[in-house]
Design a protein around this ligand. Sequence first.
Ligand code: HAM
Length: 436
Amino acid sequence: MRLQRWLYDHFRNVGTLCGFEEYDAPVLERQELYKRKAGEEITQQMYSFTDKEGVEVTLRPEMTPTLARMVLGKAQSLMLPLKWYSVPQCWRFETTQRGRKREHYQWNMDIIGCKGINAEVELLAAIVLFFKNIGITSKDIGLKINSRKVMGAVLKSMGVTDEQFAPVCVVMDKFDKIGPEETQKELRDTQGLDADTAKKLVDCLLCKSVDDLAALCGEGVDRSGVDELKRLFELADAYGFGDWLVFDASVVRGLAYYTGVVFEGFDRLGELRAICGGGRYDRLLSLYGAVQEVPACGFGFGDCVVVELLKDKGITPVLPKEVDFVVAAFNEGMQGSAMKTAAALREGGAQVDLLLEPKKKVTQTFDYANRVGARYMVFVAPQEWESGKVRIKDLRLGEDVPDEEKQLDVALDDLVKVKEVLEQWALTKKMGAVKV
Ligand code: HAM
């Protein structure tokens, strides 16, 4: 949980730093929301059941349809563009493997209501900021970029219809896993493409640059997607993260709803599954009933692969248990006074672990404080208590420091502002040392 909290704090911090607002939603959704006909894997991986009212529900496999539903539900009252983030738990009945689990948390950032490529660049900037914040560089990670708009134009020029486009993309997305032969076979068998078109489509996936891909379009084909992609790379340079981006025509993404730029985070060593992925989905809200097209784009970033990456790099953060104070009563008779002490310290914002059963030996109390990572020990003993004080001992000072310099008697009334008192004490000791 400490590692999880650390990671999610970083997710949320980036969301906030980029001016996004956090949202959440129920984990249970109507199955209907995920009924798409393009043959996406995700629709076959759901944990679904019929509830006691006979409604077919499912544990969400992803957040995007939920977000679309929420935005539509509030369409009248929301000011676009929306910039929203969330860290939802998602379920997919997948074959579990390194970086893929049946239950995962997925950081999502989405922008609703912005047509232009600036939105995609903003999302990519957020991903890069996150990586930098956790110590990962562009040498470890790259972001593969492609555009379904460009793919769409190319495919159209090869005779693939608008209706065929989404399911064809879902098949093309398997290219990495099943290779060129199988992809062509599946395009022929399941999408009814002729052998020549299937081969040409697979050739598209191997294009090395935006221009190569555009060249396949030929004359008279919509080039707006190409211009957009070029602008995206320019803006990424302007933003200062151009070195993270790589054009890759084989990234089409396995979800049917993407319509424009698509992207995926990958490890440069090629050992891990996709780290994150997203893109533009301008028609998803219309699919759910929006009267006009609502431009949208976003990404999902799981909590599993990134942890594997940190492990491989040897930079998983060391996050020991820590607490400011252990409060220990001298004996059972002093337990009430120890409780009063703990209450005052907590009121002042300190983290306090109250020892519940006074130990027989002082060394056992210190062992306990050590185990829970306490910075200070507060002894609540009759002698100080009678003069309205408790004894605080700094546990991080070394053996070489004499005991009387490690401890301070603090008045009960000062416990609520103990942090100030201790800072002042540390300062006085430092000044004393300078004088010597
Ligand atoms: P996705 O590519 O299916 O996209 O998932 C996004 C990310 O979620 C993956 O790159 C991975 O980090 C993580 N992920 C997915 N499945 C698992 C799993 N079984 N175990 C661990 N991590 C997993 C989507 O879900 C889109 N809804 C993203 C999006 C948001 N597009 C626009 N907005």
